[in-house]
Design a protein. Structure first.
Length: 100
């Protein structure tokens, strides 16, 4: 499941993933960032992620492309150790900022 919250004061769109982050989230995830063109920062909250697969990595790349790479920052937050390992193996630490 995907939830999103936009904070107008900071222009931050937080996309929270709950449970499995896989292809079943694709439509909700894409809608979460596609419907908001005012964001100056995107945060993807992994606090409740229980599973991550290659389609999730692809969705993160779609978000990065949407954010125009250098114009709008994309930050991955609240990442547990297992997910960090997967993201580092895929070299995503070079593409995204990781924050607690």
């Amino acid at each position: 499941m995907v939830e999103s919250f936009y904070e107008s004061k900071t222009k931050c769109l937080t996309i929270k993933i709950i449970g499995r982050f896989d292809y079943s989230c694709h439509k909700q995830f894409k809608e979460a960032f596609s419907q908001n063109h005012k964001a100056a920062l995107y945060e993807v909250d992994f606090a409740e992620v229980t599973y991550l697969d290659s389609s999730a990595l692809g969705m993160l790349l779609l978000l990065r492309d949407h954010a125009n790479k250098d114009v709008v920052q994309v930050r991955l937050i609240n990442i547990n150790d297992a997910v960090v390992d997967i993201l580092r193996i895929a070299n995503f630490h070079r593409l995204f900022e990781f924050a607690e």
